[in-house]
Design a protein around this ligand. Structure first.
Ligand code: SF4
Length: 291
């Protein structure tokens, strides 16, 4: 693997293929953190409008921290996995309490915030502070496993490899390039090797080996698996109940229909208890409401 050729091929391709995404037009650490938390489990097309509306409502960590958590959950409408909204609110409170209202740039400080794991922390470092660290999500891990290693990578290996590949001083655009390649060309199913700059530069290990099976991306650094079935799941009932709570408090007697399970009040009650336990809902007498 000749890293400079690999780097040049990918950066030159990225110059013409970079997706125009709103969070790429800022280096504000709060805006980047918001975008990364939203993108953790939600597709770009759904994040884009929600991101703008969220930042308009909560332009700073302080604005977010001062709002009731329920307002943040309301602003999370359409994004799913509402627990993230609560974590983001808690992170904003900690940013205000511990970091004077400014999102920190250090890895240890970032991962100490609620809802911020190693991936999100490095993404904030690279995309807000332009630090030369490797940002390894499933897209990046797929590219690393196929193009660089040509074999399955454990998470620590993928991170170490990603860090070693970043061209000096190019952490921001390098990571965007890797993520774009994984999202649009080196896709999980049917990779478009015919339009891949790494194939043209003869820098893809997996392609050079004739795409031998199994695909090195399978099982690499958390690649694969996918989300569990949504329809009929508790997650679907939770989502419906939170959607109802966004509009108005829900009486306990109305929780089962709000979940979409009018004939299964026990299941609805378990889901409501779970929301209360996590802090996503509050029980006021016999009425459930957002915090
Ligand atoms: S040549 Fe194919 S497998 Fe290799 S990085 Fe490009 S799209 Fe992925």
């Amino acid at each position: 693997m000749r890293t400079p050729i690999f780097q040049t091929a990918l950066l030159e391709w990225s110059g013409g293929a970079r997706r125009d995404l709103p969070w790429r037009q800022t280096r504000d650490p709060w805006a980047v953190l918001v975008s990364e938390v939203m993108l953790q489990q939600t597709q770009v097309a759904r994040v884009t409008p929600a991101y703008a509306a969220f930042l308009s409502r909560f332009p700073t960590p302080t604005a977010c921290a001062q709002a009731p958590a329920g307002d943040v959950v309301r602003a999370w409408a359409g994004l799913g996995y509402n627990r993230r909204a609560l974590s983001l609110h808690r992170a904003a409170v900690e940013v205000v309490d511990r970091f004077g209202g400014s999102v920190p740039g250090g890895l240890d400080d970032l991962v100490s915030l609620p809802g911020v794991g190693p991936y999100t922390a490095r993404a904030v470092q690279a995309f807000a502070w332009e630090v030369d660290v490797g940002v390894v999500d499933t897209n990046a891990a797929r590219v690393l496993a196929r193009a660089v290693a040509g074999r399955r990578l454990a998470p620590a290996e993928a991170q170490s490899l990603a860090d070693s590949m970043v061209p000096e001083g190019r952490g921001w655009d390098w990571n965007q390039a890797v993520l774009d390649l994984g999202a649009t060309v080196c896709r999980r199913h049917l990779p478009r090797c015919d339009r891949c700059p790494l194939a043209v530069a003869q820098e893809c290990t997996w392609a050079a080996g004739g795409h031998a099976q199994p695909d090195p991306a399978n099982g690499s650094a958390g690649v694969g698996g996918g989300q569990s079935t949504f329809t009929g799941s508790d997650r679907q009932g939770r989502g419906r109940l939170i959607d109802a709570l966004r509009v108005a408090p829900v009486a306990l007697g109305a929780v089962a229909p709000a979940c979409g399970w009018p004939d299964d009040p026990d299941r609805a009650s378990r889901v409501a208890d779970g929301l209360v336990g996590e802090g996503l809902a509050v029980l006021d007498g016999d009425v459930l409401r957002l915090p």
